[in-house]
Design a protein around this ligand. Sequence first.
Ligand SMILES: C[S@@+](CC[C@H](N)C(=O)[O-])C[C@H]1O[C@@H](n2cnc3c(N)ncnc32)[C@H](O)[C@@H]1O
Ligand SMILES: *[C@@H]1O[C@H](CO)[C@@H](O)[C@H](O)[C@H]1NC(C)=O
Length: 244
Amino acid sequence: MAIGVLILRLVVCSLALPMYLLNFLGVWNWFCKKWFPYFLKSFTVTYNEQMGSKKRELFSNLQEFAGTSGKLSLLEVGCGTGANFKFYPPGCRVTCVDPNPNFEKFLINSVAESRHLQFEHFVVAAGESMPQVADGSVDVVVCTLVLCSVKNQEQILREVCRVLRPGGAFYFMEHVAAERSTWIHFWQQVLNPVWLLLFDGCNLTRESWKALERAGFSKLKLHRIQAPLSWKLVRPHIYGYAIK
Ligand SMILES: C[S@@+](CC[C@H](N)C(=O)[O-])C[C@H]1O[C@@H](n2cnc3c(N)ncnc32)[C@H](O)[C@@H]1O
Ligand SMILES: *[C@@H]1O[C@H](CO)[C@@H](O)[C@H](O)[C@H]1NC(C)=O
């Protein structure tokens, strides 16, 4: 299998040679940061159609983490276009973090469509380092489809724990590596190098549940499913929440 992966990877990568050249020249990254929000805007519509019931289930107990004021303070890390806003409870105070500033105008559109929320601000930062967010200042942190693309999962989860109040919760929904010895795993391995370039650093073979298990939360509720998505490579999913 390993040799098959190597040979097919070589074929796929040579087809993608022009993209690698642009990447080498530094043009690709610039283009990708611009292009990705447009792609994500339409991807999100499909994703929310196919995963809406799972997201509703996941976020159904968010309000239980609201502080004494009754208002939930929520930080969304890697917010993208704001795909989760409609699943948040009324009155929820939302702050968003994303390293790509090109998402701002898409986010503003989603804010305008989400009158039930109290939007605070958009911070341009990577989740690995969010000094703009104070220690123990939020009830809930949310990441969906983010842990696949971050540089350092351990460091993000450390930052998440830092900004969460004690007893606060981290909600996640992520695509992950398929079980080894499945065909999906095989194609994930083959296509990963090109996929990474095409989809802004999204890594198909991340075993993100491991980082979550190691992050030292007091409780971890994690489900593993084959998501009902049309793109088979991203069907293996984990979702759930962890309590600080
Ligand atoms: C596939 S998109 C998902 C966006 C959104 N959460 C959703 O569910 O539609 C991945 C997002 O993670 C962001 N991202 C990439 N690296 C990141 C990092 N180190 N910290 C935080 N966000 C990051 C990207 O800019 C992008 O918005
Ligand atoms: C993708 O994730 C796998 C599993 O965590 C890792 O071994 C690999 O180095 C990652 N690839 C990149 C380019 O980050």
